[in-house]
Design a protein around this ligand. Structure first.
Ligand code: SF4
Length: 187
């Protein structure tokens, strides 16, 4: 399958997801559930990412935002560098122990509802840096919703991660890892 075919199929899957949501609008009987479905639909299609790019994965993240892969098709192209204007934290790259408190501070300053995607091996598990100075995964200090594997992950994998998050938002998926999260004391 060529890259263009992959991109086309991702776009088609997105449209199918929206059609399913239209059907759920049509079949929802309770006004509260309908309101929740509409709010979720708005949230999932207007994610404002804060790119926390620290290493090579940050470069891959840029290509996801560029014209070829065009994250705008998923409503998530409005990149913000202020946590107070963002609801999706895209952690892309190695996180050193010294940077962990900054990551926590940024996460705490973001507005609710907020989500986190961990992009790549380093952000998800420390990658090949089994060393004292590297955090062994963003989830050691903040709650992560979606992990995207790879070193670096392909842009298609990142898009797949965004679509997975959109499905979680649309389905109001329970997120115990976030509900039970407490800011670590040591950072
Ligand atoms: S996962 Fe690989 S590409 Fe991404 S920051 Fe780590 S070393 Fe770089």
């Amino acid at each position: 399958m060529t890259q263009n075919q992959v991109i086309t199929s991702l776009g088609r899957a997105q449209n199918q997801g929206d059609e399913e949501l239209s059907k759920s609008f049509a079949t929802t009987s309770s006004m509260a559930a309908l309101g929740q479905a509409i709010a979720s639909w708005g949230q999932k299609n207007s994610l404002w990412p804060l790119p926390y790019g620290t290493a090579c994965c940050g470069i891959e993240m840029m290509s996801v935002m560029g014209p070829k892969y065009d994250l705008a098709r998923f409503g998530a192209e409005v990149v913000r560098f202020s946590p107070r204007q963002s609801d999706l934290l895209l952690v892309a790259g190695t996180i050193t122990e010294k940077m962990a408190p900054i990551l926590v501070r940024i996460y705490r300053q973001m507005l609710e509802p907020k989500y986190v995607i961990s992009m790549g091996a380093c952000a998800s598990s420390g990658g090949f840096y089994r060393a004292y100075h590297v955090l062994q995964g963003a989830d050691k200090v903040i709650p992560v919703d979606v992990y995207v594997p790879g070193c670096p992950p392909t842009p298609e994998a990142v898009l797949d991660g965004v679509m997975l998050l959109q499905r979680m938002i649309a389905q109001n998926h329970p997120r115990p890892w976030k509900k039970n999260w407490k800011a670590p004391e040591h950072v």
